[in-house]
Design a protein around this ligand. Structure first.
Ligand code: NDP
Length: 254
């Protein structure tokens, strides 16, 4: 059964409205994982397993709808699939095993919320591109929109990967110690990995140019901007010698 486009669009607009409502909430409430973990958020589970089960749904649902639609002959759909796979194969199958946090726990409720978030985003993006959109013309991949989008995606991906790598490397062994990160864009901001991720999904939204991918970009911003503010505040409190000029997430601004 196909979902009519008007119903699909309504779902996306509701999803966008929820993001707008959640943003001020996240500026007040710190999501309790990583350095902000709290034990009063109910049962906890392994951090590594948590990352795996949180991220897998975005990969599985997106790929399911692309395969269901069978539009592999369409160059834009194929390009979007490759980019999605590059990001989510890393995030679900590689990233959790690189983390030096084997002793850490994550609240099950955070994992549950992230699964829900990833199911919705995987569905909206996969269903739109794979099944619902009118076909993107083959010339789309030569358009300025596609070229600008893919350049942003690639730049964002490398910024995200490189700074995740610098952060993970700060810990010699599995443990829970934190150090002041240096190198790359840490010179300007406390959370360049988040900055990269936001650029990456802005690129994806531009290259696929639809309301579903825009909603994913918006949600990424809504999740990561407040978290970067929390990290930045935490660093300043934790380390009296924290670099003064460093901003939280947007160089020279925030
Ligand atoms: P963080 O930057 O908080 O942490 C990344 C890893 O580095 C963790 O293992 C963390 O350990 C470790 N780490 C961070 N800072 C330090 C430090 N100063 N010293 C030592 N170790 C450190 O990122 P998140 O865990 O929040 O997110 C991980 C990835 O997931 C990022 O790339 C992010 O962009 C992405 N993400 C995307 C979202 C989206 O909506 N698209 C939402 C959330 C995350 P520990 O866990 O022990 O703190």
């Amino acid at each position: 059964m196909m979902i009519p486009e008007t119903t699909f669009n309504t779902i996306v607009y509701v999803w966008i409205a929820i993001a707008v409502l959640v943003f001020p909430l996240l500026l007040k409430v710190t999501a309790p994982y990583g350095r902000h973990t709290k034990k009063n958020w109910g049962p906890m589970m392994s951090n590594r397993l948590g990352w795996f089960v949180m991220e897998l749904p975005a990969l599985a649902v997106f790929v399911f709808f692309i395969v269901k639609g069978g539009r592999f002959y369409n160059s834009l759909v194929l390009a979007a699939l490759v980019l999605w796979l590059i990001h989510y194969v890393n995030r679900a199958f590689i990233f959790p095993w690189r983390l030096r946090t084997s002793s850490k726990k994550i609240p099950v409720i955070i994992v549950g919320m992230a699964i829900f978030f990833n199911l919705i985003n995987g569905f909206l993006n996969g269903y739109w591109l794979g099944c619902l959109s009118s076909e993107y013309p083959h010339s789309w991949v030569r358009s300025a929109r596609f070229v600008i989008g893919i350049i942003l995606f690639i730049i964002g991906f490398f910024i995200n990967q490189y700074h995740d790598h610098l952060l993970i490397k700060l810990r010699k062994n599995n443990g829970s110690t934190y150090k002041i990160p240096y190198g790359g864009l840490f010179r300007y901001i406390s959370c360049p990995n988040y900055f990269g991720e936001i650029i990456q999904w802005a690129g994806f939204a531009i290259l696929t140019w639809n309301i579903a991918s825009f909603s994913f970009f918006l949600w990424t911003f809504v999740n990561l901007f407040p978290r970067a503010i929390d990290h930045h505040r935490w660093y300043k409190k934790q380390f009296p010698d924290y670099p003064e000029s460093r901003k939280a997430i947007i160089p020279f601004l925030f």
